[in-house]
Design a protein around this ligand. Structure first.
Ligand code: NAG
Ligand code: NAG
Ligand code: NAG
Ligand code: NAG
Length: 380
């Protein structure tokens, strides 16, 4: 009897004991309980410039946050390193390798290269931290251990246009093949799919739906291709009140950073992604980094950010249109696409064969550090 009882106990205890020793129970990461005004003094005390890698392809995409953050939190210096996400992530990794893993290039990264975050986490380089709005973010858009979080939603695929040329928006395309109409010949400006992964993904969705014949027809419209996903809108905006600028319409562009353009949500497939942020474990200003992340998720910034025509957000309270209820977009698809690099390279090569290599300077050249050492002029 005793032997059997002892055996039974033994059987029950061992599996638990084994489990406990091989997988230590994860310490739950608490959600930040301090308000912005409570984190602020801790950040001030660090007396260290906060370095942020800020993915973007127009200098104006950084001016808002730079001004607003520094005036909201006087004394916190923000070194916003604005650059294309595809260059920021390699810069981050190159710096890490050069320092033999002792230093990170920045304290915080906010970029569109979603494939980097799980890898950085696996390398033990990200701080587990849950900002105070954590529970309001869709759970699909955060790392369960707090290593990274979707901060806001960007999208491409809307029809963006110069309203001087098209005062009646109901005549404008809501499906991509409608751009083949004769009235749009010589009028279309688009971001190269073979330069930016987010534009690439939009074009892969279109080609998967309509086939490569779509590209052949599109090219007959004599499209103007530009570098940077904000550039087409800026070209359209510059054409306002001008008769010499024929370019008046786009679909592969963000209208968030251009004035004088309007946009109209498409009825066709489109792409959107959670612009994602993380704090590095080796941050030199960890409290300022927390302040920054909490500010990006705060109501104040959430109201300011993003494309006003596409009212989606990673925070449920601000997701007016309900991004997960849309039938033409899958918010998680871009992250899946990016994680398969051979697939990305294959698509990029197919577009490059059609369009040639991207021409023109890096659209950030006006402000980027690279302008000072020449990379801008070489950077085609
Ligand atoms: C902050 O740092 C600067 C330069 O590193 C130093 O001159 C200054 O005294 C510091 N301020 C405080 C309050 O520690
Ligand atoms: C705009 O275009 C639509 C469709 O062609 C037409 O029905 C409508 O009357 C137009 N609206 C104005 C204000 O011209
Ligand atoms: C175009 O003209 C309108 C009306 O005069 C003006 O409000 C707008 O700022 C002008 N746009 C540009 C880009 O000059
Ligand atoms: C990655 O993409 C390639 C090319 O489309 C495909 O053959 C492969 O199965 C994909 N790999 C994964 C892990 O999904």
């Amino acid at each position: 009897m005793y032997t059997i009882a002892a055996l039974l106990i033994f059987c029950f205890i061992i599996p638990f004991a084994a489990q406990a020793s091989s997988i230590p129970p994860p310490t739950p990461i608490p959600i930040e309980h301090r308000s912005l005004d409570e984190i602020y003094p801790a950040a001030l005390k660090e007396n260290t410039t906060l370095r942020v890698a800020w993915g973007g392809d127009t200098p104006v995409s950084g001016t808002g946050i730079q001004k607003i953050f520094e005036s909201r939190f006087p004394g916190i210096k923000l070194d916003l390193r604005l650059e294309l996400s595809k260059y920021l992530d390699v810069e981050i990794d190159r710096h890490y390798e050069a320092s033999k893993g002792l230093e990170e290039y920045v304290d915080v990264a906010v970029i569109q290269s979603l494939q980097d975050f799980p890898r950085w986490k696996a390398e033990g380089r990200l701080l587990s931290y849950k900002a105070s709005q954590w529970n309001d973010i869709y759970p699909e858009l955060v790392d369960k251990d707090g290593a990274y979080a979707g901060l806001y939603v960007f999208s491409f695929g809307s029809t963006v246009y110069n309203p001087d040329v098209y005062p009646n928006s109901s005549t404008l395309p809501t499906k991509y093949p409608e751009f083949f109409a004769p009235q749009f010949r010589d009028r279309i400006v688009l971001a190269y799919p073979n330069d930016d992964d987010s534009a690439l993904f939009l074009f892969t969705l279109i080609v998967r739906k309509y086939g490569w014949g779509f590209m052949d027809r599109l090219l007959q419209q004599r499209v103007t291709w530009v570098r940077g996903t904000a550039s087409p809108s800026q070209v359209l905006g510059a054409g306002q009140n001008s008769t010499s600028n024929q370019l008046s319409i786009s679909f592969a562009t963000s209208s968030a950073f251009a004035t004088g353009v309007k946009s109209k949500l498409t009825n066709d497939v489109f792409m959107a992604w959670p612009q994602t942020g993380a704090i590095f474990a080796r941050a030199k200003a960890p409290e300022a980094a927390k302040l920054f992340l909490n500010y990006l998720l705060d109501d104040e910034w959430q109201k300011l950010v993003g494309d006003p025509s596409v009212r989606f957000a990673t925070r449920k309270s601000f997701d007016e249109l309900g991004v997960f209820r849309q039938k033409n977009v899958d918010l998680l698809a871009y992250g899946r696409f990016l994680s398969n690099r051979s697939d990305v390279e294959e698509w990029r090569a197919k577009f490059e064969e059609l369009l040639g290599p991207p021409q023109g300077r890096n659209p950030n050249c006006a402000t980027s550090q690279k302008a000072f050492y020449g990379a801008c002029s070489l950077d085609t």
